[in-house]
Design a protein around this ligand. Structure first.
Ligand SMILES: [Zn+2]
Length: 432
């Protein structure tokens, strides 16, 4: 679609992917670069390609690249009407969902940045982006809770990941005719882990991927398998078609050689037998149980969030602050009616967690003007509380925005100046 667009992404791992790209370009030769999408097709397949191109409306044909059209044709075994239908659905979906905007506009919630145990980590020897996932470390329940069970937000995160895959493909080859490679490290996976409703969500995501990102995965390496995994696999495998099954390679702990054959060890974490030295920490977020303190962080971004606060209820939103000396600003207003607001601070002390009230619960005439609270934060959890507990009938419509930035160098400024400064320090603000 917009393959040549130079875009700035918001993927926190993009910097290290650039490092991996440098390593890749040293080894990538013409021999291991894939051909253009049409070069791979047989004469009869090229005819189908031409036929689909004429059946699609001119507008829709313009919106789908050659590489993508080939992927759709392959997915539908070169059936013309099925391919045309799928491409039309895809274009309609992109028009409504606008996934291409997510890679620079979507602010990844902090809980997902820290507790989603997966990321793109380097490229295989053919220049395919490699995505590493550690499903055993996924606290699906905790992550959903940290997003206020906001499935739409989670969906955006997943689509963002899919779009970043296409983005990294283009980084190497300038087009999306490639695919990605996945490594699933299933060490310590348990049966109970995937009984949660999160499993349903993952299945929904897989369906979306198949529909709108066809032929995306070249190979899946499943490593560190255990008897539990073998059991799960025996239930899943019969539902996969032969092509998909053939692309899945399963290993216990004897995977080092196989992975190294496909992927330069410099692009692999040490725990997968590689020598990666470009990432801090463990290469892929460790995941694990999402702490209760990180519960609702919905709305901690640059954009305004609108929430209904039902009568007799309270809405809370937590902001974990990890570094000292962060400037925090919360602005909110309500439609037509007032609301109660309080600000709490929780920090870890020797005896455990302690909660303090920074602003006691107080009624605000926020329907008459925006309430603006600014303070310099120290590490801990700040919880913003909007209460409509006192209303028997009236629901309130709350609009709020929470921003953070390093406090050093902060001075009072007009709104215009503030806009400028905020975009200057996007690195610091957009993640929270
Ligand atoms: Zn690494």
């Amino acid at each position: 679609m917009t393959e040549q667009d130079a875009i700035q992404t918001n993927d926190p791992f993009e910097k290290s992917m650039k490092g991996f790209l440098k390593i890749l370009t040293k080894t990538l030769t013409d021999d291991n670069v894939p051909d253009s999408p049409l070069d791979r097709l047989s004469p009869s397949e090229i005819l189908s390609f031409g036929e689909v191109s004429t059946v699609l409306t001119a507008d829709n044909r313009r919106l789908v690249s050659d590489a993508y059209l080939v992927r759709f044709l392959q997915e539908h075994y070169f059936d013309i009407s099925n391919t045309v239908e799928a491409v039309n659905r895809y274009i309609q979906w992109r028009g409504q969902f606008k996934p291409q905007e997510l890679i620079r506009m979507f602010s990844i919630p902090r809980s997902l940045q820290h507790f989603w145990p997966g990321r793109y980590h380097g490229y295989d020897r053919q220049g395919r982006p490699v995505y590493i996932w550690r499903p055993a470390s996924l606290d699906g329940h905790g992550l959903l809770a940290s997003l206020d069970s906001n499935r739409a937000l989670l969906m955006k995160f997943h689509v963002h990941t899919l779009e970043m895959g296409e983005y990294y493909m283009r980084e190497v080859h300038g087009t999306v005719n490639n695919a990605i490679v996945m490594i699933y490290d299933v060490k310590d996976i348990s049966m109970t882990q995937y009984k949660h409703k999160y499993l349903g969500f993952l299945i929904e995501m897989l369906a979306l991927e198949q529909q709108y990102y066809p032929r995306r995965t070249q190979a899946i390496f499943i490593v560190n398998t255990t008897p539990v995994f073998t059991h799960i696999w025996s239930m899943v495998a019969p539902f996969l078609n032969n092509r998909v099954r053939a692309s899945i390679h399963i290993y216990k702990d004897n995977f080092h050689e196989a992975l190294a054959k496909h992927i330069d060890p410099e692009m692999l974490p040490r725990w997968l037998g590689g020598t990666c030295s470009g990432c801090h920490g463990g290469c892929v977020p460790a995941g694990g149980t999402v702490p209760n303190e990180v519960l609702s962080e919905l709305g901690t971004g640059k954009t305004e969030i609108v929430r209904k606060v039902q009568h007799g209820t309270t809405f809370k939103c937590s902001l974990p602050v990890l570094r000292p000396n962060m400037a925090v600003r919360v602005q909110f207003h309500t439609k037509a009616k007032d609301i109660d607001f309080a600000l709490l601070f929780t920090q870890h002390e020797d005896e455990g967690l302690h909660e303090y009230s920074i602003h006691p619960m107080e009624r605000h005439q926020s329907h008459r003007g925006t309430v603006d609270v600014q303070f310099v934060a120290k590490p801990g959890i700040y919880t913003f509380v909007w209460s409509n507990d006192y209303s028997i009938f009236a629901n309130k419509e709350l609009t709020y925005r929470i921003q953070t930035r390093p406090a050093s160098g902060m001075k009072p400024r007009s709104d215009d100046e503030e806009e400028k400064t905020r975009s200057d320090s996007d690195d610091e603000t957009s993640v929270l």
